[in-house]
Design a protein around this ligand. Sequence first.
Ligand code: OGA
Ligand code: MN
Length: 300
Amino acid sequence: MSIIVTPTRSDFAEGADFVAELSGINLAQTLQPAERDKIEAAINRYAVVVFRDQTLTDEQQIDFARHFGPIHSSAQRARHRSIKHRLSSDEIADISNLDGDGKVMDQNARRRLDWLANRLWHTDASFRAVPGALSMLYAHVVPDEGGDTEFADLRAAYDALPEAKKTEIDGLVAEHSIWHSRGQLDVTRYSAEELASLPPVPQRVVRTHPGSRRKTLYIASHASHIVGLPVPDGRLLLLDLMEHATQSRFVHAHRWRQGDLVIWDNRCTMHRARPFDTTKVRDLRRVTTRDVASTLEQAA
Ligand code: OGA
Ligand code: MN
C-alpha cells in the first residue's frame, strides 16, 4: 500500500503548503526506505503531518522516530528532578496531565508547571545548543473537548514580512533559555544545579530550512532577547515577530483523536497546547529528534 498525501489547507492561498494528512500506512510495521523518504518529503513541504488511527506502543513510536535522526533524550532534565516518572524510557516525553502513578496531576505538582509551559507558543528544545528537529506526538487518550494543539507556519510568516523587516532581522541572533519561558508563568524557583544544567544558548532568528531551502523565522517563548541589542528592544522585536507569526492565516489547530500521530518540524514552526478541563485525562507522548547542530553552525 502506498502513502497518500492530502494537504489540509488547500483552500488557503498562503497556507496550502502547511499541514497534510498522510494515509495508507501502518506505523507499527517496519518502515521501508521508500516510505521513510516519502514521509520526509511531506514534512519538508508541509512542516506538519498527521497520521490517523495508529496503534503504537512507546517502543514502536521510538523505533519509528529513529528512522529520522538521533533522539533527544530527557535524561539530562530528569536527573535534576527527584520525581517519579510514568514512562520508562528517557527517549519518550510524557506530555500527559498524569503523575508517576497515572493519576491526574495535583494543581501544584512540579511537572504540571513544566507541562503548562506547553501552552505558550514555543518550538521544542530551542533552549539547547543542538535543538529539536522533528517532534512526533502520539495520542493515547484525549478529552472530548478542548486540548487542541495549534501550529504556526514560520516560513509563510517570514515570507509575508515587509522587505525592510527582513533586512532588519537578517543575521540577528536570539538568546534562548528554558528559564525565560518558565519565568513567563511565574515559575522561577530552580536550584543552582538545575540552572547550570541548561544555560542560555544563542540561535539564529532567521534560518534556512535544509529540506525545503525556504527561509523561516526561528523564535518563540524560549527566546528572551537579541544578542547585541538592549534587552527591552530585543524582547519587543521578538514579541512583534511572534504577534505577526500567530495571525490566524499562519495558524492551524489540530483537533486530536485517539490514535493520531502528529509530526511537526520544530525548525520552521511554533506550537502550543490549548486549554481543556484538566480533571479529565489527556495522555499524549512525544519523541523528538535532534537537529544536526546549533543553528549558528547551519546555513542562515
Ligand atoms: C509538546 C507540546 C502540545 C500539546 O509535546 O512538545 O508542546 O498540545 N505539546 O500537548
Ligand atoms: Mn512542545
